[in-house]
Design a protein. Sequence first.
Length: 259
Amino acid sequence: MMKYSQNSGKGEVRFFSQSFWKTVFVLVFMTLIIGTPLAWDFVVNWLEDSSWGKLQVIEITGLERFPETDVLEVARLELGSNLMSLPIDSIAQRVMAMPAVKYARVLRSLPGRLKIQVQERNPIAVLGNGEIRLVDSDGITFPIVGAGEVIDLPVISFSSLKENRLLRSTLFKEAIRLADKITREFPVVHSHLSELVVGEDDVKMKLRNRGAGIRTKREITETNLRTLETFLKQQVCDLPEDLNYIDLSFDDMVVMGAG
């Protein structure tokens, strides 16, 4: 089994032996006397023959959604290999190729440690047509890890079967923008939001209350969202069970339709 460690996020306290400081002194002295390139060659050659230059620990940080073993599998690392000769750029690219990874950085750290820093994609909605997948604010889709991930997320669905075309449409991008904005700025709307339906001509909102629709004059605006946020805060306990729609088309009132 491959040995690795995960940083707790509280930082590390490192204690170095006298031999470490002697080595640092020698390297500084050589850099001053013979120049940086030759000193660097000496460092590389010395590390190749030293336990400090052998990969002993793999440290992975930034993961919350999926296990470290998934990263280790694509990183393809072997304990005991030469730390200085590891292709860290290629390792980072392999990790970043994982669908749920937004960014990855790989760093060497003496003695014998390789750090893999990962930034995961943050899901803002679920794609509900065909294979169920998550989507982030960049419109990138990735697999679901656990069923619990979809509980509080709105669904982005498509009104027709032409999903492949609609995924590339400006209306799909508008649905992503709306989902992201609602997630960040309108928590009450987010708690009631069930679905964003991408159609041929517009994006429609549906609430959890029996799929009640949100009506607007044209596209859904920030003003509409602010109005809906305020309205839902006031009506949170008074929404009728047979709610059919909430109409935001009027400038000075909100109309509910039931039945």
